[in-house]
Design a protein around this ligand. Structure first.
Ligand code: HEC
Ligand code: HEC
Length: 331
């Protein structure tokens, strides 16, 4: 008898109230909604990433090593669906007057008025944005938009992983023929903050159209006489026939020096033929980028880049592990 009761109890189904079913029904529906929403969010992020990436552009590569800059980079099939992302700078007027906004504005001042703001660190009469045009926002003129995602980066010239501050100091020591800023100094922090602001909204390692300083390489030897002719016809009106630049009535350099003691030193990227030719082809005469033929850009770049300019004392430490480009000014 006892056994019978037990087995009956086991068989009988538990009784649940209607509220119980309602509770579970709602829970399941909510969970499904949440999961669905999260899935959709992930899908959107992926689309966004794809939209911010584009096929590798050999021309826009910033690698120091020429041999890595072959124009015949083959595209993988998976690259072909990628969409290119253009370089667009944020609007400075939208910056708040908080600590971040103030730091961005100081950083902008340092890179645009470098030799006057940071005289102890600049041996030339150049500003960063004489080359990184329009505050570092011009494609094919070493834009800093998106630069935050590119560092740390292995570079053959130093033979190590470089932080962004190392790279900036390379330009202080070479392009400005000056001295490095301590990585933790207020000035360096402001410059990096400015670049961080320029990079907002760009995904790490996004391939941006016009990133870096493009190279131009022709098969033939450059011609010094033709280069001088191009210089006198198309450059000297601003940079002066002696290449020393031009000081305006406000005492500032209206047109920066291209060679001589006030210009960049022989260790600078701009002292190299391929880099100089690419920069000039895309950006000079100022406001008329693209107007020179490749031949003109090649010869004129040879003419101004090979002129006398300050030595770079640390040159013996460059390319410690090989990979010295053919157009380096020293062996
Ligand atoms: C005389 C021209 C010149 C000046 C002035 C100059 N730079 Fe550069 N900079 C270059 C060139 C050229 C390159 C690229 C070198 C290469 O690709 O071989 C470069 C590269 C860089 C890079 C790395 C860019 C990248 O896409 O990877 C940063 C960051 C940079 N410069 C910051 C600065 C800052 C900050 C200053 C001022 C303190 C400055 N530069 C001044 C010519 C210049
Ligand atoms: C209309 C005036 C003008 C002409 C013409 C001109 N430039 Fe420039 N160039 C400038 C200015 C201004 C800058 C600095 C840009 C800035 O700070 O925004 C500059 C910057 C440069 C720089 C980088 C900074 C430096 O001093 O090294 C080089 C290199 C250069 N020019 C080469 C040339 C060459 C080569 C030609 C002739 C093909 C040429 N420019 C023609 C106005 C001119």
């Amino acid at each position: 008898m006892d056994n019978k009761i037990n087995s009956q109890q086991k068989k009988s189904k538990p009784q649940f109230s209607p509220q119980f079913y309602l509770f579970w029904g709602i829970s399941v529906a909510m969970t499904a909604l949440l999961l669905g929403g999260f899935g959709y969010y992930l899908y959107q992020i992926r689309l966004d990433r794809i939209a911010r990436t584009q096929p590798v552009q050999a021309e826009a590569s910033t690698n120091d090593n020429e041999s890595n800059n072959s124009n015949v980079q083959s595209l993988k099939a998976s690259d072909l669906v990628l969409v290119e992302q253009k370089i667009t700078a944020p609007d400075i007027s939208e910056l708040k007057d908080d600590d971040f906004g103030k730091s961005v504005k100081r950083g902008k001042l340092y890179v645009e008025d470098t030799y006057r703001q940071l005289p102890k660190h600049v041996g030339s009469k150049l500003n960063c944005t004489n080359c990184h045009l329009a505050g570092g926002t011009t494609p094919n003129a070493g834009p800093w938009v998106g630069i935050i995602g590119e560092f740390p980066q292995y570079r053959s010239r130093t033979g190590k992983m470089d932080a962004l501050t190392d790279r900036i100091n390379d330009c202080f020591e070479r392009s400005l023929n000056g001295k490095p800023l301590p990585a933790s100094s207020n000035e360096m922090t402001d410059i990096v903050t400015y670049m961080t602001w320029l990079s907002k909204g760009y995904v790490n390692k996004a391939k941006l159209t016009g990133r870096g300083m493009p190279k131009l390489v022709l098969e033939r030897e450059p011609n010094l006489e033709l280069g001088q002719k191009v210089f006198l016809n198309k450059c000297a009106s601003c940079h002066q026939a002696n290449g020393q630049g031009f000081v305006g009535t406000d005492g500032k350099y209206t047109y920066p020096p291209l060679w001589g003691p006030k210009s960049f030193n022989i260790g600078a990227g701009m002292a190299r033929l391929h880099t100089a030719a690419g920069f000039v082809k895309h950006n000079m005469p100022l406001g008329m980028g693209g107007s020179l033929t490749d031949d003109e850009a090649w010869d004129v770049a040879f003419y101004f880049s090979q002129q006398d300019r300050p030595d770079f004392l640390d040159k013996k430490n460059d390319w410690p592990k090989g990979g010295r480009p053919k157009d380096a000014r020293y062996q």
